[in-house]
Ligand binder design. Sequence first.
Ligand code: AMP
Length: 283
Amino acid sequence: MQIEKTVAGVKAQVKAWKKEGLSIGLVPTMGYLHEGHKSLIDRAVAENDRVVVSIFVNPIQFGPTEDLESYPRDLNADSLLCEKAGAALIFAPEPSEMYGEDFTTFVDMSGVTGELCGKSRPIHFRGVCTVVNKLFNIAMPDRAYFGQKDAQQLAVIRRMVRNLNMNLEIVGCPIIREADGLAKSSRNTYLSAEERQAALVLSRAIKTGQAMVQAGEKDGEKVLAAMRQLISEEPLARIDYVEMVKWDTIEIHHRVDCPVLVAIAVFIGKTRLIDNFIQEQTI
Ligand code: AMP
């Protein structure tokens, strides 16, 4: 497995693979890889001849008060995981390689980015769309893999690819959880033992909401109220949002009469965690 720090290095390798007629899968990540990332890499390895994993903590998607500096990093452990999983290349650039001094071009989007994380983190999706665009141009993948863990991000990327007529397929992958239900996340490492226990309130709220919807509850307000109530009983938890939106457009929608995404963001101490479920079919 190759580790490349430069755009030119990745482009040269990708060009050589394309010349041989090989298909390319891309898994964009911020590193500190866990089983959630691995599930994306496994799927990419199964569906493509060569897999590129990008590892880049993208500064332009972090707000000024967010955790850019403290975000966990471990390229050695990440390399082992990628190699074991069968990735062919890691692209791990420095910020200066991605954003030269003359960098002034951004990919912006309205609509899908207006609610949920887009509301709490105003510059976030502009940063995500811009970096993902750059990664697509650098790795030229046939397919790119994203987790449902970041459901709004998945909807945003699908919209961007459609709107800008990009020539690749976006593959969404299910949420991977710890045995006790907590969605795997690089940010879970911020949690103290007590916070780790308190963080279970997110998956409990998701389970509760999903059970209500699957039992036929159509009233979104009732589902959200039950979830908010459960979270409010956990002293270490502070709700950022608990919302129901249309899955394709991410517009607020409190009726389970079309595919809906129920998404939550909750601070456990200083750590902001997210979780969600999608109800595709009306019951
Ligand atoms: P990140 O490194 O957090 O930016 O995540 C990189 C990719 O991995 C994104 O597409 C995430 O949605 C996905 N991902 C992160 N955690 C999980 C998880 N627990 N299950 C499935 N996918 C995940």
